[in-house]
Design a protein around this ligand. Sequence first.
Ligand SMILES: [Fe+2]
Length: 206
Amino acid sequence: MNSVEPSDASHLMQVRDTNVIVQPEDASQPAEHTLQELIDRIKDLSEIPSLLDVENWFSSLLVSQRDFHPYRMFADRSYARNLIVRGPFAELLLLCWRSGQRTPIHDHGGSVGVVMVCEGLLTETMYERMPEGHVRPQNTFKRSPGSITGADVPDIHQLLNMQPDDKHMVTLHCYAPPLSELNTYSPLSGRVGRWREGYFTGGAGI
Ligand SMILES: [Fe+2]
């Protein structure tokens, strides 16, 4: 799991949790991109991007709330997964969370995933898998708007809007390749469930 805190997007560098300064692969690229440029990039992909690629795209993304408006839709029963673009190699979604809504504890079924907080305060809990199959929490992070966090293939986590009543949360997600099937984990029974992307769409929350 990697994390990038909010920073001045005019710089072509990002700093991760490990304090390692990461230089984008092509420093000649413009430092800032619009949401539409990111959509076009995902449409034009010819291969699956790396976790670092997607983190760099998000780090250089300049967006306003107006850009997200067409996709900013909430649901009562669970958090809403609003698709922005889906190609063969990656997909981009805007997830909208009412207070208390959360994902199951899950992995990404072989995909990498990157999340950027757009509105509100994201709570992310990382889990580790024990030898007997149970999962147990390792760390919990609070992520503010502008924060970027990446989940590598083996990572297991849960995302939550733990803010008080009426405080919404909006997060931008990129998965590469697009999610198809993923595993969910019960911390009590150790049971592993499977979610298909079609079923997961619309939110699998509490
Ligand atoms: Fe996830």
